[in-house]
Ligand binder design. Structure first.
Ligand SMILES: *Cc1c(COP(=O)(O)O)cnc(C)c1O
Length: 374
């Protein structure tokens, strides 16, 4: 049996009728940018997330970058300010910081959660940072009460990168409602995926929300009157209409992901394959990815390929070793981050996997003996 890493067509197949209705509604409306669908989707997302404001944008990267740009416009940050970010995140987290004219400071993550932690921030002895970007990596929420207390005590702004963690709950509060602001991605492969690119910003401050709405739309609140040098980073009506369907089912889909993660954690028992840790409160993890660590990764990947079990590596090259940042981080050594990047493998996990597929993955992984000539 072949098990794909992620079958996006199957993911959307469950919603075909509702998605087609949504597409037709937009087609019939004759209105394609910044209309009813976007307005209603923002309202629905805001209520679901439990946050004061939601501003939709064109991608997760745009969401994160516009938050920083808005804070610069509002005087809360200045160009050149240092921003802490975990060193093992997806590059978009860091691109958002440097893209806004700020300086990313890479912080090694906690060894158990693989997320940035208050103790990791406290241990950093370099230039004072002005804000922290908390990334809920692989769908596991970071330790939010400790991080919030730390940011409050030291006087730091907190941004959440919730691109992988739609719907995760910590202490009865969803991710996206903890920080001063948060960015979500609706890239098709995310837990809540559009049929193209999309993103959402959530925040508490009405002034920040107003600024973000201007920045996403040419710096304009009133048509042809431009208060700032903005961008075009809007979510279109078609994606908003499709995402309104996805929002109805995200909690159910996340529950399915948790079930599969639970089966994996119960069934996988190969001493060569280190399993991801589960948070004490299961709701804090939405299992965007099920990431194991294997010292003999090359042999493991060859074995999976041979058995037709899909996999991916999130991520193969750490940011401080990427050509795009070779000047900024030359000579920087982050041993734990580098070890993670050498060992991680993501196994298939999606709400449309069958019991047989889950059982097959468990079977194959448990057969791995570590020898190259399997
Ligand atoms: C996907 C992702 C982003 C970027 O989202 P896009 O919509 O692809 O721009 C940012 N941060 C993390 C952690 C991500 O996984």
């Amino acid at each position: 049996m072949n098990v794909p890493f992620l079958d996006l067509k199957a993911v959307n197949a469950g919603y075909v009728a509702e998605i087609k209705d949504s597409i037709n509604r937009v087609l019939d409306s004759g209105w394609y940018v910044l209309g009813q669908e976007v307005e209603v989707f923002e309202e629905e997302f805001k209520l679901w997330c439990g946050v004061e404001h939601a501003v939709s944008v064109s991608s997760g990267l745009a969401a994160l970058e516009l938050i920083f740009r808005a804070w610069i416009e509002l005087g809360a940050l200045q160009e050149g300010d240092a921003i802490a970010v975990p060193s093992n995140t997806y590059i978009a987290s860091v691109l958002a910081i440097s893209g806004a004219g700020l300086v990313p400071v890479l912080i090694e993550p906690d060894s158990e959660s693989l997320n940035i932690s208050a103790s990791g921030l406290a241990a950093y002895k370099g230039n004072a940072v002005k804000a922290v970007m908390v990334v809920h990596l692989y769908g596991r929420a970071a330790e939010m009460s400790e991080l919030s207390a730390y940011c409050e005590r030291v006087g730091l702004l907190m941004v959440e990168d919730a691109a992988q963690a739609h719907g995760a709950i910590v202490d009865d509060c969803r991710v996206g409602a903890w920080g001063d602001a948060a960015g979500f991605s609706f890239y098709p492969g995310k837990n809540m995926g559009a049929m193209g690119d999309g993103g959402m910003i959530t925040c508490k401050d009405p002034e920040l929300a107003r600024m973000l709405k201007m920045l996403r739309n040419y710096g304009s609140e009133v048509k042809y009157k431009h208060e700032l040098r903005g961008r075009n980073e809007r979510l279109d009506e078609l994606q908003a209409a499709i995402l309104r369907v996805k929002l109805k089912y995200i909690d159910r889909d996340n529950a399915k992901r948790r079930e599969i993660a639970h089966c994996y954690r119960k069934g996988l028992s190969n001493p060569l394959v280190l399993l991801p840790k589960e948070p004490v409160n299961g709701e804090a993890h939405v299992w965007h990815l099920f990431v194991v660590r294997v010292k003999q990764r090359k042999e493991f990947m060859d074995f999976l390929r041979d058995k037709e079990v899909g996999f991916m590596v999130h991520y193969p090259i750490p940011i401080h070793k990427q050509a795009a940042y070779s000047d900024d981080f030359a000579g920087l050594e982050l041993p734990f981050t580098e070890a993670i990047h050498d060992e991680v493998v993501s196994l298939p996990l999606s709400p449309v996997m069958s019991e047989q597929q889950v059982a097959r993955v468990i079977d194959v992984v448990n057969q791995f003996t570590g020898s190259a000539d399997e």
